[in-house]
Write a protein that binds this ligand. Structure first.
Ligand SMILES: *[C@@H]1O[C@H](CO)[C@@H](O)[C@H](O)[C@H]1NC(C)=O
Ligand SMILES: *[C@@H]1O[C@H](CO)[C@@H](O)[C@H](O)[C@H]1NC(C)=O
Length: 326
């Protein structure tokens, strides 16, 4: 409409005498050029490419990746997912952060949050020993998460009666990455419990996310996703994503984005190729930009990128390329 208005004005500009004709034509020509440039600029600024630069990174799988604080200080990420809480479901709960000193993390979490970076905790992962066979076990994990990492049991500087490894720091969310869960498990009960807390007014918003295999649907997370409680779905187009979906990624992308229209869907990819310590499914930045980004951005609920992981990204600098297309 901007272009139309401009050219209408130009066309209806008073036609002056012969002497001024040629200079008018020249002015008009350059005005049209300027208008065209403005239109391009307008689309560039308004287009999804210039949106918020949403890049999420997994952190906690390699001590050499540097601290949580350092990850947030790069300014490259809008969310960091700590990984993993990978023992639960049988009365025992364990967090595995690959030897990162846990005593520093509470301070780092607050530092990240002050910089506007969300910090969440992933449950599940490829290793560990976890399952939620019953409602009882799901409610047990809910209590553990709420009291140990979120707003209960001494979070937000209330006096604590529970051991909180990160002190009074309150995490921003929970990510479900259920690599060996079965459809019968009660992650739906956990999700519903967390969603109920996130809507309690006055508290810090709780961001629920799920990191799924790219093969649709995800065996472990399907039942939880069906609760509609998830703000985001991170689809892993790397590693053991399941079936052929890294090859037919566009098809998988369409299925995920259509299945969860009320969630933001993120494209998950490795920050380095396997020979540099990353995962299979690595996409060169240029290929990502020309062959993937236009298709990803067609989905109204496209959210951004999720990178595996901070260690690889630190080696490759991948996020500094993809940041502007997220
Ligand atoms: C588990 O919780 C769900 C959802 O609240 C409920 O529908 C179901 O009946 C419960 N199952 C048992 C065995 O209590
Ligand atoms: C992958 O695609 C090939 C060719 O279409 C098919 O034969 C094969 O069964 C597929 N594999 C999986 C795991 O879906």
């Amino acid at each position: 409409s901007f272009a139309t208005t401009t050219s209408t004005k130009l066309a209806s500009a008073p036609r002056s005498k012969g002497a001024k004709r040629s200079s008018m034509a020249l002015t008009r020509c350059s005005l049209v050029t300027v208008a065209a440039l403005l239109v391009q600029l307008f689309f560039f600024l308004a287009g999804p490419a210039a949106a918020a630069g949403q890049v999420t990174v997994f952190w906690g799988r390699n001590k050499d990746e540097g601290s949580l604080r350092e990850a947030c200080d790069t300014g490259l990420y809008t969310m960091v997912v700590m990984s993993f809480l990978n023992v639960y479901g049988h009365g025992d709960y364990r967090l595995d952060l690959s030897g990162h000193p846990v005593s520093d993390i509470g301070g780092d979490v607050k530092h990240c949050q002050r910089k506007g970076v969300l910090v969440s905790l992933a449950i599940g992962g490829p290793g560990g020993a976890y399952s939620l066979p019953t409602n009882q076990s799901a409610l047990g994990l809910f209590d553990h998460l709420w009291n140990t990492y979120l707003g209960g049991g001494g979070g937000g500087s209330r006096r604590s009666s529970v051991a909180r490894p990160f002190g009074d720091a309150v995490l921003d969310g929970v990510d479900f990455i259920l690599e060996h869960a079965t459809p019968a498990e009660r992650y739906d009960v956990l999700a519903a419990g967390l969603a109920k807390r996130s809507s309690v007014s006055g508290g810090r918003p709780l961001h629920l996310t799920a990191t799924t295999r790219c093969a649709f649907p995800d065996r472990g997370a399907g039942r939880a996703l069906a609760t509609g409680a998830f703000e985001r779905v991170h689809v892993r187009f790397y590693g053991d994503g399941g079936g052929n979906c890294t090859l037919y990624w566009e098809d998988a992308w369409d299925r995920w984005t259509a299945a969860y229209p009320r969630s933001r869907v993120y494209f998950g990819l490795p920050a380095a190729p396997p020979e540099q310590g990353g995962r299979s499914g690595y996409i060169y930045p240029k290929t990502l930009y020309y062959s993937y980004v236009p298709a990803l951005q067609k989905a109204a609920n496209y959210g951004g990128f999720v990178l595996w992981d901070r260690y690889s990204d630190k080696q490759s600098g991948y996020s500094s390329y993809v940041h502007s297309w997220a």
